[in-house]
Each structure stands twice: as structure tokens, then as C-alpha cells.
Design a protein around this ligand. Structure first.
Ligand code: SF4
Length: 396
């Protein structure tokens, strides 16, 4: 075997995503695959999920002898609101995962949790089940913003849940924040960041609100009028960068910040081409150079929670061109950038032979830069601000 690049080497690594599509109620801006549920719905769903994981594990074991080939480096239980599941339900899911997949000892195991759904009891059961990282959706510390967003919690409720999580021994917590919210002024946003900084979470994801088609926000003219203008949005974005840097958070990806050593392994894997398998309704996978995703209709999923990859409607084998493009636009999201050497080792081509013209064009106007003695290529600060525009140019 020749020299290893990050992607080839990481083929030994595997990440798992488990989707829990239930929420207490739908937020006004949300277009994720999530909906309200009864206790029976959740119980039945967990049964299907366990069946799907079991069947996938058996098939992978037979075909790929995966216990030797792949090692799970991260598991992400996302949603929806996974913290609507009881401690026992999360335990059942984790047990079946552990039975069929080889999990690294130091694996990062994240669960998304919505404020208002955490208790001392479920937190301690999640911890026992092996969850070692929580991702909490706060979005804003301002109660009127939270109300408008249709969130189920107030700032005070979030705070109680955050403290419970710390007391339960969670030492790795992410907080999700949003800027550009309807009616949000710079001073409201500043207060949110100050309050969050005082809590010292290990990780912060900070995104601008996007009005997604089909959501109540998208449909409402009132809301459109209240959205801060581009200048205000940019100001919030600049302020996020500054205050988080001042407080010791490293911006390791366009919208993600972490204290030293607390970068999200799961997300870094996604941006570095590490294969992942998704379980549950609508979950997508990237495995053995192919992409596919699960059924999005709950009734269909419940009838047939496991469908072989090759029979999925959107089963796509990535071409070399697809892989090169993904390497570029996912890799460039990382502050560390992409490696020239890795590119050569993965694709047996010199990056400048493929992208010389585009790279030079953006280098000249200071939107891309070579660092580490010309080995790593990354977006400059100004480049990050127009990253979507730059990424389009890397389509072959
Ligand atoms: S809690 Fe999250 S997933 Fe659920 S409706 Fe709100 S934004 Fe969507």
C-alpha cells in the first residue's frame, strides 16, 4: 500500500449518525425531518431503529468483516429532539450499536438535547449509556426571540438544564446559537453571547437564520420585515468572531468554535471525507464511495426499517470528479484547510494541475492562502465571508 492520505487512512474510521425525528412541537423556522409524537410512537420507532442497526451490522459483518475493517470514532444521535427518548431507550440503541460495531475507546458520542427536556434522571441514564457529549439547542438567550422562534423553552429553563447536565458530569457541551433573528438587535445578540460566554461551554455552533421554504417564517410577511438587514447581520457575524476569539474559542470551521481540543470529531470527519452510516428516518450515509439515504416516510420506514444499500432509490456511486469536488468544498470549510499532499495521494494528481487557475485567481485577491510552507490551502478571513461563492468555482 502506498503513502496514506487523510481520506484513505480514514477509511479505517467510521462515523455513525442516528436520527430521532420527534419534537414536542415544530419551531417556526424548522424544515428538519421532525414532528410531534406519542410515547407509543417513540417506543415503536426505537424498536425499528434497533432492528435496522442490527440488520445493517449483520450484513456489514458478513460482507466486509467490518469489525476488523472499520472502527467507529464518533456517534451522533441527532434530530429532532433525541432527549425526548427515555434513558432506557437510548441505552437500547447504544447496546445494539455496541454489539455490532467496534467502537473506539475514546469515541465521541454526542446526543442533541433540547432545553426543557432534560432531567437529573434522564441525564444520568444517558451518561450510563455512554453519551459523553451533549449538543444543546439554545439559539438565543432572549426570551422574546425564543418565543418568536417557537422554541419550547426560556433562557431560564435552558440554564437549569445546562446546570443539570454539568452536575450529571457532562464535560463536553455544545451550544447552538443563531443570529439574524426577526427583531434581534445587535444589543440583544451581544447579551446572548455574553451570557453564553459566562457558561464556558466547550463548543459553540453559530449560524445565521435561513428562511426555509415551507416554514411559517418563510410564509410570514411580518417576519420578513423583522429580519435584520444584511449590514446588521454582518455586524453580528463579525462580533461573534471577535468575542469568541477573545474568550479563547478557536474558529475551526466557518460556523463552529471550540476550546482547545474540543473540536467536534464527528463534524470534522464529515468535512474530511470520513465514511458514515446513518440510521433512522431519512438518515443519509456515505460508505464505500457511495451515497444513499433512508426512507423519509415514517409509515414506510416502520414497515421496512432495513433496506439494502443497493436498493435505495438514491444510491449513488461517487465518480472521481465528485470526490475531488467534495474534497475541495468540504475540506475548505475547515480552518486548517486542505493538504496538497493528501490531494495528490488520494487522486494521483497535482492540485495545481486541476485547480491552478481558480486557486491563483483567489490567491491574487487574498481570498485563498497557502500556509504551512505552502502545504495547506485555506480560505482567508475575507474568503470565509464569501465562501459559498468561491466553492462554486471548484465544481469541475
Ligand atoms: S427543536 Fe430543532 S428539530 Fe425540533 S422543531 Fe425545533 S428546530 Fe426543528
Amino acid at each position: 500500500m502506498g503513502a496514506m492520505c487523510e481520506i484513505c487512512e480514514n477509511r479505517k474510521d467510521l462515523e455513525l449518525y442516528i436520527h430521532i425525528p420527534f419534537c414536542i412541537k415544530k419551531c417556526n423556522y424548522c424544515d428538519f425531518l421532525s414532528f410531534p409524537s406519542s410515547a407509543e410512537d417513540r417506543e415503536e420507532y426505537v424498536r425499528c431503529l434497533v432492528k435496522e442497526i442490527e440488520k445493517t451490522g449483520i450484513v456489514l459483518n458478513d460482507i466486509l468483516n467490518n469489525k476488523d475493517t472499520y472502527q467507529v470514532r464518533s456517534i451522533f444521535i441527532g434530530g429532532g429532539t433525541p432527549s425526548l427518548l427515555s434513558g432506557n431507550q437510548i441505552k437500547n440503541i447504544m447496546q445494539v450499536v455496541q454489539k455490532y460495531f467496534l467502537i473506539k475507546e475514546e469515541a465521541e458520542i454526542t446526543m442533541e438535547a433540547n432545553p426543557g427536556t432534560l432531567t437529573k434522571k434522564n441525564l444520568s441514564a444517558y451518561k450510563d449509556a455512554g453519551i459523553n457529549r451533549l449538543s444543546m439547542g439554545l439559539q438565543s438567550a432572549d426570551n422574546s426571540c425564543l418565543y418568536l422562534l417557537g422554541r419550547i423553552h426560556t433562557w431560564e429553563e435552558f440554564l437549569k438544564n445546562y446546570e443539570l447536565a454539568r452536575k450529571a458530569g457532562f464535560e463536553n457541551i455544545n451550544i447552538d446559537l443563531m443570529s439574524g433573528l426577526p427583531g434581534q438587535t445587535m444589543s440583544i445578540y451581544k447579551k446572548t453571547l455574553e451570557k453564553v460566554m459566562a457558561l464556558r461551554p466547550e463548543h459553540i455552533s453559530a449560524y445565521s437564520l435561513i428562511l426555509e421554504e415551507g416554514t411559517p417564517f418563510y410564509e410570514s410577511e411580518e417576519i420578513h420585515k423583522k429580519i435584520p438587514n444584511e449590514e446588521a447581520d454582518r455586524e453580528m457575524y463579525q462580533f461573534t468572531k471577535e468575542i469568541l476569539a477573545e474568550n479563547g474559542y478557536d474558529r475551526y470551521e466557518i460556523s463552529n468554535y471550540a476550546l482547545k481540543g474540543k473540536e467536534c470529531i464527528h463534524n470534522l470527519g464529515y468535512w474530511s471525507g470520513v465514511p458514515y452510516i446513518g440510521f433512522g428516518l431519512g438518515a443519509s450515509s456515505y460508505f464505500e464511495g457511495t451515497r444513499f439515504s433512508n426512507e423519509r416516510n415514517l409509515e414506510h420506514y416502520k414497515k421496512e426499517p432495513y433496506v439494502p444499500f443497493m436498493m435505495r432509490e438514491d444510491y449513488t456511486v461517487l465518480s472521481q470528479k465528485d470526490k475531488i469536488e467534495e474534497f475541495m468544498f468540504l475540506g475548505l470549510r475547515k480552518r486548517a484547510g486542505i493538504s496538497k499532499k493528501e490531494f495528490r495521494e488520494c487522486f494521483h494528481k497535482n492540485i495545481m494541475d486541476v485547480y491552478g487557475e481558480v486557486i491563483s485567481k483567489y490567491e491574487k485577491i487574498d481570498l485563498l492562502e497557502w500556509i504551512k510552507n505552502g502545504e495547506m490551502l485555506r480560505l482567508t478571513d475575507a474568503g470565509i465571508d464569501v465562501s459559498d461563492y468561491i466553492f462554486c468555482d471548484f465544481m469541475l
